[in-house]
Design a protein around this ligand. Structure first.
Ligand code: THU
Length: 164
């Protein structure tokens, strides 16, 4: 028996300290949360995905009265990027949140389902995706790879098919 440890590294910064390209992507995510459809939670989330061809694809959370039918901003943006540019790699995803219903929202971390989706794209493209999380106080948290947000992810290589 052996105890093993996983180390996760991330950067905590103020928005003004990150690169111009990253600040621009956060600005895109901030614009995106204005398009959120969140009448049930009142919690607005915007996500912007920077692709290697320089395109930025944005998404926001889209809720539904049948609650589980809604989708988080991250997956709206990632699936849109995947559908529009299936062969282009994703460099970075920025996420920004806003709500009048909650006080002092700190940096929020993407839900497990969104991390799984991000992690699969990272696995598929064999290149890290940077994740930038931004909150209203302009605090940002940066992870250089999705892998550090989802250790032990469930990946397709774990599934071995029987030979046909
Ligand atoms: N939400 C996101 O869009 N992204 C996250 O990372 C966390 C949660 C949405 C889902 C729902 O519309 C609302 O925020 C409240 O959970």
């Amino acid at each position: 028996m052996e105890e093993k440890k996983i180390e996760i590294s991330f950067i905590s910064a103020h928005l003004s300290e990150i690169s111009d390209e990253e600040q621009q992507l956060v600005a895109n995510a901030k614009s995106a949360f204005k398009t959120a459809y969140a009448p049930y939670s009142g919690f607005l989330v915007g996500a912007s995905v920077l692709l290697e061809n320089g395109e930025v694809i944005c998404g926001s959370n889209q809720e539904n009265v049948a609650y589980p039918s809604g989708l988080c901003a991250e997956r709206v943006a990632l699936f849109y990027a995947g559908a529009k540019y299936p062969k282009i790699k994703i460099k970075t995803i920025a996420v920004s949140v806003f709500s009048k219903s909650y006080q002092e929202i700190d940096v929020i971390s993407p839900c497990g389902a969104c991390r799984q989706v991000m992690a699969e794209y990272e696995d598929k493209q064999e290149q890290s995706i940077k994740v930038i999380l931004h909150c209203p106080s302009d605090k940002v948290l940066i992870a250089n790879a999705v892998e550090s947000l989802l250790p032990f992810m469930f990946k397709s290589s774990l599934l071995k098919k029987y030979k046909q």
